[in-house]
Design a protein around this ligand. Structure first.
Ligand code: FAD
Length: 411
C-alpha cells in the first residue's frame, strides 16, 4: 500500500510514495485502479467530487458486448451487468415509417443496457470495498509535476485540512474526463489535438417514464433529430436536435413532449410515454482526439484523451477500451511481467486505432441524423439515401452493424 514518507521540504508538503496516481474516478480511472489492485500494484485514485455524486451522475446507458466481455475476463463484470437487458435491434423512423434494424442478426453481437451510474457503483465497490483501494474524494487544485522525469508527482489540496499534499509515483493515469487537468498538463508541442465541431446542439433529457418501444429509436425528421434510449423500465433518455448553445429554459416540458411526439411519429407506433423530466441540458456536439495519448510518464485514458459526441453512444466504450489496455500494461510493467514496458510503448497507437474508427462512424451517423434538417435539399437527399441503403443493401447493413457494435476483427 501507499507508504507515507514524511515531510519533504521547507514548504511542509506532506509527501507519500505510490506506484501509480490515477486522476479521476469515472469508468476509466476506476477500471485502471481495479486492474492495478488485482495485480497487487499500489495506486491512489484522486477524485474532485464525492463518491455519492459520481455514483449517481447520469450519462451513458449502453455498453457494447466486447466491453462487457472485457470486464468479465478481468473479474469486473457484476452479476447485475451480466444479467442486464440486452438490445438486439434498433429502429429508425423516417417519413412516418418504422424501419427495424436487427443488428444482432448482422453482427452477432448486442448492447447491454446498463446505465453508467450502475457501472461506476460496481467498479467503486470492487476497488474500495473489496480490494481496499485508496480513493481520495473531494480533492482540489490537482497539479502534475515532472511528468517527463522518471519520478513524477501529483499535488493536491486535501479537503479535510486545506493543506497541499504530494504523491510521488512511477506513472500517472490521467482519467479525469473532458474538463480535467491532465490534458492541460501535456507540454506544449508534444501532442496534437484534433478537433471537430458539428455546429449542432442536442437537448439531453432524462424522463421518469417507461420507454415507448423495446429498443433504441432514431427519428430522422425535417424539424431535427429525435432519439429515445431506454435506461430502465422507469427511466428513459431522450435527445432532441436544437440550435447549438440553445437555452434549456426555451424548452418547457410541453414543448419537449410535442417535439418528441412529432419527430418520433410513425404508423402504428405509440407516442412517447410522458413523465417528469429530471434532466434537461444542451450539449454542443463536438469531438477531439489527443495524439499521442501519452507523454513521458503521463498516460491519458477515456474522455481526457478523446471526446466523441454521444451520437453513436461510443464514449464510455472507448474509455473502457483504453482502461483495459492501460491497466493491463501498467500492471505488466510494474510486476515485472513486461520489464521493458513494451505494452505501455504501444498503448497510444493501440487505443487510437479504435478511437479514430469510432470518430469516423459518429461523423458518418451524424449526417444521417441531422442532414434532413439543415435546410439544404441536397444534403437532405443524400442523408436519406445513406439511411435507406441500410434497408436495401445487406452488405451496407452488415457493415453498419459491425461499426455500431464495435465488432471489427482488427482496428
Ligand atoms: P468521466 O466519466 O468524465 O470521469 C472523469 C472523472 O474525473 C469524474 O469523476 C470527474 O469528477 C473527475 N475529475 C475531473 N477533473 C478532475 C480533477 N481536476 N481532479 C480530480 N478528478 C477530476 N458513452 C457511451 O458509451 N454510451 C452512451 O450511451 C453515452 N451517452 C452519453 C450521454 C451523455 C448525456 C453524455 C454527457 C455522455 C455520454 N456518453 C456515452 C459518454 C460517456 O459518459 C463518457 O465517455 C464517459 O463518462 C467517459 O469516462 P471517463 O472515465 O473517461 O470520464
Amino acid at each position: 500500500m501507499t507508504r507515507v514518507t514524511g515531510l519533504i521540504d521547507s514548504n511542509s508538503l506532506s509527501a507519500e510514495d505510490t506506484s501509480v496516481v490515477i486522476i479521476g474516478a469515472g469508468p476509466a480511472g476506476l477500471t485502471v485502479g481495479n486492474l492495478l489492485r488485482a495485480a497487487g500494484v499500489d495506486c491512489v485514485v484522486l477524485e474532485c467530487e464525492s463518491r455519492e455524486f459520481i455514483e449517481r451522475r447520469p450519462r451513458a446507458g449502453v455498453i457494447e458486448e466486447w466491453a462487457v466481455r472485457g470486464l468479465d475476463r478481468r473479474g469486473l463484470a457484476s452479476a447485475h451487468l451480466l444479467a442486464a437487458e440486452r438490445h438486439t435491434a434498433c429502429e429508425f423512423r423516417l417519413a412516418g415509417e418504422r424501419h427495424r434494424f436487427p443488428y444482432e442478426e448482422l453482427a452477432g453481437s448486442r448492447h447491454h443496457v446498463y446505465p453508467q451510474p450502475l457501472l461506476v457503483t460496481d467498479l467503486m465497490r470492487s476497488y474500495v470495498d473489496e480490494r481496499g483501494g485508496d480513493l481520495r474524494c473531494g480533492v482540489r487544485d490537482v497539479r502534475l509535476h515532472d511528468i517527463e522525469s522518471e519520478r513524477p508527482s501529483i499535488s493536491y489540496l486535501c479537503p479535510g485540512t486545506g493543506r497541499r499534499r504530494l504523491l510521488r509515483c512511477a506513472y500517472v493515469a490521467g482519467c479525469d474526463g473532458a474538463r480535467g487537468v491532465s490534458r492541460a498538463a501535456l507540454p506544449e508541442g508534444r501532442v496534437r489535438i484534433a478537433r471537430h465541431d458539428y455546429g449542432i446542439g442536442w437537448l439531453a433529457l432524462l424522463a421518469e417514464a417507461p420507454p415507448s418501444a423495446d429498443c433504441v429509436l432514431f427519428g430522422v425528421h425535417p424539424d431535427g433529430f429525435a432519439g429515445q434510449m431506454p435506461r430502465s423500465p422507469e427511466v428513459t433518455r431522450y435527445y432532441l436536435q436544437v440550435p447549438p448553445g440553445d437555452d434549456p429554459a426555451a424548452w418547457p416540458d410541453e414543448r419537449v413532449w410535442a417535439a418528441l411526439r412529432r419527430r418520433l411519429a410513425a404508423d402504428g407506433a405509440p407516442p412517447p410515454a410522458e413523465g417528469r423530466l429530471v434532466e434537461k441540458r444542451v450539449l454542443d456536439l463536438h469531438d477531439y482526439v489527443v495524439e499521442p495519448m501519452a507523454v513521458g510518464r503521463l498516460f491519458l485514458a477515456g474522455d481526457a484523451a478523446h471526446l466523441v459526441a454521444p451520437i453513436a453512444a461510443k464514449g464510455m466504450n472507448l474509455a473502457l477500451h483504453d482502461a483495459f489496455l492501460l491497466g493491463d500494461a501498467l500492471a505488466a510493467r510494474l510486476t515485472g511481467a513486461d520489464p521493458e514496458g513494451a505494452a505501455l510503448g504501444g498503448y497510444s497507437g493501440a487505443c487510437l486505432r479504435r478511437v479514430w474508427d469510432y470518430q469516423e462512424f459518429s461523423q458518418w451517423l451524424s449526417e444521417v441524423y441531422h442532414g434532413a434538417a439543415v435546410g439544404d435539399p441536397f444534403r437532405a437527399g443524400t442523408a436519406v439515401a445513406r439511411l435507406r441503403r441500410l434497408f436495401t443493401s445487406p452488405r451496407a447493413a452488415a457493415a453498419f452493424a459491425e461499426q455500431y457494435l464495435g465488432t471489427a476483427e482488427r482496428y
